[in-house]
Design a protein around this ligand. Sequence first.
Ligand SMILES: [Zn+2]
Length: 129
Amino acid sequence: MKIMEPRFVDTIPRELEDGVLYFAMEYGTVLHKCCCGCGSEVNTPLSPTDWNMKYDGKKVSLSPSIGNWDYHCRSHYWIIENEVVWARSWSQSEVEENRREYPQVKIETDGPKKMRDKNLFIRIWDWLA
Ligand SMILES: [Zn+2]
């Protein structure tokens, strides 16, 4: 299980470290290096129509999932309590269909139903409910 370390920063570092989630609250955004290891830098802005974060003082979760459709790797994952939870990669038509249906949401998740871990499913359910 890959773990992401949350780090709150005042300025966005020039070089992002692998395995670190940078919370640049001043800019209202979260940055990290793609969890697949491809080196792409992923920017997930925080807003009511973008991503939401949950931080309990130790562990951080981001919602919805992160789908790197614009990068070569097309990786797709959740960050839940600092853990990277891999999700199925979508085909281009699925991505486009989703963008048509939910234009307000830049990247929509395929939902916790894909999770194999039942506890995780329940935790996410509790969180969304
Ligand atoms: Zn990647």
